[in-house]
Design a protein around this ligand. Structure first.
Ligand code: SF4
Ligand code: F3S
Ligand code: FES
Length: 233
C-alpha cells in the first residue's frame, strides 16, 4: 500500500527556515511509522535525520509529532494514519536537524529534581524492604521512558522556559512517594518554586501524549496535594 509522508525538514547548514518534503513509501498497514522512516532513509534519502534506538517503545528516543500529536514512531502503525501523514519534530524544543531536537534543557529539568534514591542510612546487609502497597504507591510513574512527549505537548512549556515540565514532575513523583527515599522534602521544595508544579494549569495534554499511559496530570496533582497538605516530609 502506498503512503505519503510529509516530513518537516531543516538542515541548519543550508536552510534559512524549515520546509516540508513529501516521500511516497510502499508499506504494509501493520508496519510502524519508524519502518516507513527507515525505508526513506535507507532507500530514498539518506540525509533524513531522526533519533531511534530500541524500536520497541522502551528507549524513548523517537518521540515526534505525527499528524499533530506527540507519538513514538516505533509504536504507531501505518494503519492508524491516513494515506497522507505529516511528521514534524517535537514542538517547544530547538531543532538541531530534521526531526532531531535539542534535549539538553529537558534533561537539565529532569536532573534538577534529583531523580535518584536519597537515603541517609547506609544500606544494611540486605536490600531496603518495602511492602507491595508501598511499591504500588508510585508504580505508575516508574514507567517513564523520558521521551519528552508530555513536556512538548504542554502549552505552558511553550511560553514559559523556566517551567520544569510534566516529565520532571513525574520523575520527582516516582521518588517522593517511594517509602525508601528520604529526599521528598528537598524535591517538594524545588517543585514549590516559581518554575515548579504551580505552573501547571491542569491542561491534560501531557496525559494524552504519554505513550506509556502514565496518568501524568494525576501525578502532578498528587505532588501539589503533598505540598498543600505537607503529607510527605
Ligand atoms: Fe514520555 Fe510519559 Fe515519561 Fe512524559 S511521562 S517523558 S510522555 S514516558
Ligand atoms: Fe501542562 Fe499537563 Fe499541566 S499539559 S498544564 S503539565 S496537566
Ligand atoms: Fe526506542 Fe521508539 S525507538 S522508543
Amino acid at each position: 500500500m502506498e503512503y505519503t509522508l510529509r516530513i518537516k525538514r531543516f538542515n541548519p547548514d543550508k536552510d534559512v527556515k524549515p520546509h516540508f518534503e513529501d516521500y511516497v513509501v510502499d508499506a504494509r498497514p501493520t508496519d510502524r511509522v519508524l519502518d516507513a522512516l527507515n525505508e526513506i532513509k535507507w532507500h530514498q534519502d539518506g540525509t533524513l535525520t531522526y533519533r531511534r534506538s530500541c524500536a520497541h517503545g522502551v528507549c524513548g528516543s523517537d518521540a515526534m509529532r505525527i499528524n499533530g500529536r506527540n507519538r513514538l514512531a516505533c509504536k504507531m502503525l501505518m494503519q492508524e494514519l491516513g494515506k497522507r501523514t505529516t511528521i514534524e519534530p517535537l514542538i517547544g524544543f530547538k531543532v538541531i536537524k530534521d526531526l532531531v531536537v535539542d534535549m539538553n534543557k529537558f534533561f537539565d529539568a529532569y536532573k534538577s529534581i534529583k531523580p535518584y534514591l536519597i537515603a541517609d542510612e547506609a544500606p544494611g546487609a540486605r536490600e531496603r524492604l518495602q511492602s507491595p502497597e508501598e511499591r504500588h504507591r508510585f508504580d505508575d510513574t516508574t514507567k517513564c521512558i523520558l521521551c519528552a512527549a508530555c513536556t512538548s505537548s504542554c502549552p505552558i512549556t511553550w511560553t514559559n522556559e523556566s517551567y520544569v515540565g510534566p516529565a520532571a514532575i513525574v520523575n520527582a513523583h516516582r521518588f517522593i512517594f517511594d517509602s525508601r527515599d528520604q529526599g521528598a522534602g528537598e524535591r517538594l521544595r524545588i517543585l514549590n518554586q516559581q518554575s515548579g508544579v504551580w505552573r501547571c494549569r491542569t491542561i491534560f495534554n501531557c496525559t494524552e501524549a504519554c505513550p506509556r499511559g502514565i496518568q501524568v496530570e494525576n501525578a502532578i496533582s498528587e505532588v501539589k496535594r503533598a505540598l498543600l497538605l505537607e503529607e510527605v516530609s
